[in-house]
Design a protein around this ligand. Structure first.
Ligand SMILES: *Cc1c(COP(=O)(O)O)cnc(C)c1O
Length: 406
């Protein structure tokens, strides 16, 4: 018999790097989840922009169980059919000509930064090693990626950090221009900062980064781990901007909940990666690839991508109505179904409290920093789920205001 477990056990047994909600979800369907007590939640969090098709989608279950009955893993001494099909899907749908598979967003960015260093070393010499990243960026938690990330709180305790990484100000092209020169090997940027507060890039900013990278032979890396696979209403956010990177990292929604990541690039840059340069045991595992292939083909359709734009309207219209009654937010920003609500100055630091109140009312939401309530629901969330979710959010906002006004 299975041992019965409670939320309290987390504090006893788990390394305390997370502060999970007070309830334990046990089952999901679409954009609904139920906890151990049978209480229902609408899911506007989407597993942090991962569950693009919601929970227990039949196409994902079919892909997973079909592959589960065949074989799960061989290692990269053998290739497999699901991974080759997935690579072809990604290549056909994007600028990419070569794909490297791994298991997470951090690993995809780690591979991208290593590729950029190796490309510069091979083609120009080891003096060309500078990496330009941005303040408030998030690129993952390996030592290299957390150092590229622009939140010192996440990296400083692990010093010494990898050298030659500098941070410019996001959306401030002059600050980037001041750091990018002939010794720069890579510029890494999120087309829309996710963890950093849901901040879309200005189109001119990305265009000028492209030009600076061309001028100085630096590799332009777009971190699309959060913005990719339909999240913004295009397959990848670079398509909105008409700015094509040299290397793109994708993960999160790619597997719809099954761990997988990928680095996409062109033949030109991939050419420096040879047998033994880089690798990972599970990368391109058939189980992960089979699920990702099913997720990708479902999302990469006009119906789903246009549906994201439609749902963006549902979200922003309802949010402005709620904000008119309960004026909590200064700004609602974002693209597609990655939406951030910026708290007014008088409620600064209270995003977590709002997310907890939402959970009490049966709604899961995310935060992005202390001042932004973030929504990253399934790309196919139904109109009824959106309506019910916002009815609950409105109650949470009312409760919050009645609690904080003195
Ligand atoms: C989540 C995220 C990562 C890290 O992905 P993991 O799968 O957690 O390693 C990297 N970059 C961005 C933009 C992300 O949102």
């Amino acid at each position: 018999m299975n041992q019965s477990v409670t939320r309290g056990n987390f504090d006893d047994w788990m390394m305390p790097v997370y502060a999970p909600a007070a309830f334990i979800p046990v089952r999901g369907e679409g954009s609904r989840l139920w906890d151990q007590q049978g209480k229902e939640y609408i899911d506007f969090a989407g597993g942090i922009a991962v569950n693009a098709l919601g929970h227990a989608h039949p196409a994902m279950i079919k892909a997973l169980t079909e592959q589960a009955g065949k074989f799960w893993h061989t290692g990269n001494g053998y290739t497999n059919e699901p991974v080759l099909r997935l690579a072809k899907q990604l290549i056909d749908a994007t600028f990419a000509e070569k794909v490297f598979f791994c298991n997470s967003g951090a690993e995809a960015n780690e591979a991208a930064l290593k590729l950029a260093r190796k490309y510069a070393h091979d083609k120009f010499g080891t003096h060309k090693n500078g990496i330009v990243a941005f303040k408030n960026a998030f690129h993952g938690r390996t030592l290299f990626t957390v150092s590229a990330g622009g939140q010192p709180a996440y990296s400083q305790d692990f010093a010494p950090l990898p050298p030659q990484i500098q941070h410019a100000v996001y959306n401030d092209i002059d600050s980037a221009r001041a750091l990018i020169n002939d010794d720069t090997c890579a510029v890494i940027v999120e087309p829309m900062q996710g963890e950093g507060g849901v901040v879309p890039a200005a189109p001119a900013f990305l265009k000028e980064l492209r030009a600076l990278c061309d001028r100085h032979n630096a590799v332009l890396i777009f971190d699309e781990v959060q913005t990719g696979v339909g999240r913004t209403g295009e397959l990848y956010a670079y398509m909105h901007y008409g700015v094509t990177p040299d290397v793109l990292s994708t993960a999160k929604a790619l597997g719809g909940g099954f761990p997988i990541g990928a680095m996409l690039t062109t033949d030109k840059f991939a050419s420096v990666m040879v047998v033994g340069t880089h690798g990972t045991t599970y990368g391109g595992n058939p189980l992960a690839s089979a699920v990702a292939g099913a997720v990708f083909s479902l999302i990469n359709t006009h119906e789903v991508l246009n549906g994201v734009k439609q749902r963006h309207q549902w979200f922003t219209e309802r949010l402005s109505a709620i904000n008119a009654r309960y004026p909590l937010f200064d700004e609602v920003r974002g693209m597609g179904l990655l939406i951030g609500c910026v708290l007014k100055a008088e409620y600064a630091g209270k995003a977590k409290q709002i997310s907890q109140l939402a959970a009490e009312h049966g709604l899961m939401v995310l935060i992005a920093g202390a001042n932004v309530v973030r929504f990253a629901p399934a790309l196919i969330i139904s109109e009824e789920e959106v309506k019910t979710g916002f009815d609950r959010f409105e109650l949470a906002c009312a409760r919050f205001l009645s609690g904080v006004t003195s």
